[in-house]
Design a binder for this molecule. Structure first.
Ligand code: ZN
Ligand code: ZN
Length: 439
């Protein structure tokens, strides 16, 4: 009897449909050695923004080897890889490719020793301190799984490797080069970014606004220089700059609703040479952040107005009024479309368990991924967060109240496993969900 029960139980186990998660997770585990080698390669060969040619070449070769239709040189060193697999929606999956001018101090055996020359001519050390090496590896791993599981989905995948994210200009450049006209226009776009506080093996999710509108503003505060002992014969731009900086604080505290996040930071001030000389000019550099378009408008108009009228209030001549310049490298807020978030959350919860899928607060950091979703008509978008830190380090940091190395830190060292496998599994599962066969 016991035998019979075991036999029947065995039949049930064999006959029960194999959970897709088990197969996928297993396949990704089996691919890990390949992906880890790839990761080490990317990590030890970082390239600065606008110089990502070798990374682009490597990614292009990987995906054309998988049967994707690969086009390089889109918006600089951008790569677009298209895979059509029957009827269905089109999904864009984005990785960024650039690294940062940072001297790596992780002590890892595969740490970068790369030096490169910036656009300014300055020679710098280069490091993947923002985890874009993880993103490229996960992107490639996802492509490998999508090809291996081609019979499980139907539609078109547009995988893009975007340059110059750190300069906020790669997405704009790829769009300007015909990303949505020369290639299939996506019905939705997906991306992920590693996180420096979330434990490896976890996924972080934010619904709605996740990252901020980011503007860079330069204010040239002009003046009429002269002797420090005869201020009445001058118009002192340092005093005016001080007034402007103080008045700018009222934008967030008095003009924007307390319920709307906003930041105005004067990150740089340069002016003057000597104790007793009143200078001709002070330069201010601001970072300005918000979520809503109308808040952004209030801030930008307010900055221009305050600069102008503080100068007039101090009697500056009309030909010495401040010059306010908003830089072109604006990145719009990353907005995670609620319907898409709500569709993918349960997929990940079922696969990873509730404790590995964490809801995160939005942040005021920036990302040019938001730009893809902002093309009219708007495209549902979702950038989720990939935990990348050794869980033991997360626990110790919490216990001892110490801070872990942040993104862009010379000591930021993602734990490759399970970061990479979790990323590939989460992204692949997301694509399998949105492109699942309907028949
Ligand atoms: Zn970064
Ligand atoms: Zn980044």
């Amino acid at each position: 009897m016991r035998r019979l029960i075991l036999w029947i139980f065995g039949l049930i186990v064999v006959a029960a449909p194999v959970h897709a998660g088990d197969n996928l997770a297993k396949a990704i585990d089996e691919d890990y050695a390949y992906l880890f080698d790839l990761y080490k390669h990317f990590h030890s060969h970082p390239e600065l923004s606008f110089q990502e040619m070798e990374s682009a070449k490597h990614l292009g070769t990987e995906l054309s080897g998988l049967g994707f239709d690969v086009t390089s040189g889109i918006g600089g060193h951008g790569v677009v890889a298209v895979l059509k697999n029957g009827e269905g929606p089109t999904v864009l999956i984005r990785t960024d490719t650039d690294a940062l001018p940072v001297i790596e101090q992780t002590g890892l055996p595969y740490a970068s020793t790369v030096r490169a020359t910036e656009q300014t001519g300055r020679e710098v050390s280069v490091m993947h301190a923002c985890g874009h090496d993880v993103h490229m590896t996960v992107w490639t791993g996802t492509a490998r799984q999508l090809v291996a599981n081609k019979d499980e989905w139907s539609g078109t995948v547009v995988m893009i490797a975007q340059p110059a994210e750190e300069r906020g200009s790669g997405a704009r450049a790829m769009l300007a080069d015909g990303l949505f006209t020369r290639f299939p226009r996506p019905d939705m776009s997906l991306a992920l970014h590693v996180n420096s506080v979330l434990a490896a093996g976890r996924i972080g999710v934010t619904e709605g606004f996740a990252m901020a509108n980011v503007d860079m503003v330069d204010i040239a505060v002009l003046g009429v220089g002269g002797h420090g002992a005869y201020p009445h014969a001058t118009k002192d731009p340092i005093v005016l700059a001080a007034h402007i900086i103080t008045a700018l604080q009222t934008l967030v505290s008095r003009e924007v609703s307390p319920l709307d996040p906003a930041v105005v930071t004067v990150g740089s001030i340069h002016g003057g040479e000597k104790h007793n000389v009143i200078s001709n000019r002070v330069d201010l550099q601001l970072t300005v952040r918000s979520y809503k378009d109308e808040v952004r408008k209030t801030l930008m108009e307010g900055i221009a107005r305050i600069a102008l009228f503080e100068a007039r209030a101090l009697g500056f001549p009309e030909d010495k009024l401040p010059i306010v310049k908003v830089r072109d490298e604006y990145t719009p807020a990353a907005y995670n479309t609620p319907e898409l978030v709500q569709r993918l959350m349960p997929v990940w919860q079922a696969r990873f368990g509730d404790d590995r899928v964490v809801e995160l607060d939005p942040v005021m950091g920036g990302e040019d991924f938001g730009l893809y979703g902002r093309q009219e008509p708007r495209i549902p978008s979702f950038m989720f967060v990939l935990g990348a830190v050794d869980p033991a380090k997360v626990a110790t940091a919490k216990k001892e109240g110490v801070k872990l190395p942040s993104l862009h830190s010379s000591k930021f060292a993602p734990l490759p496993e399970p970061t990479i496998t979790t990323g590939v599994e989460a992204m692949t599962a997301a694509v399998l969900e949105v492109l699942k066969k309907t028949d």
